[in-house]
Design a protein around this ligand. Structure first.
Ligand SMILES: [Mg+2]
Length: 225
């Protein structure tokens, strides 16, 4: 039985108009005076902390606390500002599936597993009114490597429940091959959904436990077997 459900954010819970890349770009322009070309970096499935490392390296900016603090302050400003125009929408079927999980007799813990920084995740999900659905999350602040984020989530949820979780107790829902890989890394089940940047065919190659075009009509009970 599923004891923990972990949702990815971008392309899974919400679909934005490239808000992460836009905010990164605006921050690097205003704080570090660097004109960033969005096409040079692929954001999908990456953690913001690994992206930051790459950006700092690329623009030869020292990767130290002072610059990280500068980045975060401006990034939060830009994200809040740009969400208004480029925030996009909650993906179809998301709210119904969350409610469906919550209605299960022995409801699982609802969590977030995302490459977003915590503050970015909160801004995005609060904007769309779905932040409060989740009891905890693992974020880019916790680790740069998504596989390790999954391992941390497994550990933390186990502490919340008071017993060690097995991989099969956990369901990850995500839209990229990286989500599938991190589920496999901890032995979790994975529901891959093609509402992000990847097609059904691309996702199928990575052998997810379940694969759907969208979350519309997906029932928690069918995933709980
Ligand atoms: Mg995603």
């Amino acid at each position: 039985m599923i004891r923990l459900v972990l949702f990815d954010i971008d392309g899974t819970l919400i679909r934005t108009k490239g808000i992460g890349g836009r905010s990164f770009g605006a921050t690097f322009r205003t704080v570090f005076g660097q004109e960033h070309k969005p096409e040079t970096v692929n954001f999908a499935g990456r953690t913001d902390s690994s992206l930051l490392r790459e950006f700092f390296q690329h623009y030869q900016i020292a990767h130290n606390q002072e610059n990280l603090d500068k980045f975060i302050e401006a990034y939060v400003f830009w994200l809040e500002h740009l969400m208004h125009d480029f925030g996009g929408h909650v993906c179809a079927g998301v709210t119904e599936l969350i409610e469906d999980f919550k209605a299960l007799p022995d409801r699982p813990i609802m969590g977030i597993l995302t490459g977003n920084l915590r503050i970015g995740a909160e801004i995005k999900l609060r904007h769309h009114g779905i932040w409060e659905h989740f009891e905890f999350g693992v974020f880019a602040d916790d680790h740069e490597d998504r596989n390790q984020l999954a391992a941390i989530a497994k550990e933390r949820a186990g502490q919340m429940i008071g017993r060690k979780l097995k991989g099969e107790d956990i369901l990850i829902i995500g839209d990229t091959p990286r989500d599938i890989d991190c589920a496999r890394y901890i032995g979790a089940k994975i529901l891959a959904v093609a509402t992000g940047g990847h097609t059904m065919e691309e996702l199928r190659e990575h052998n997810p436990t379940w694969l759907v075009e969208s979350l519309v009509g997906v029932r928690a009970g069918d995933l709980n077997a």
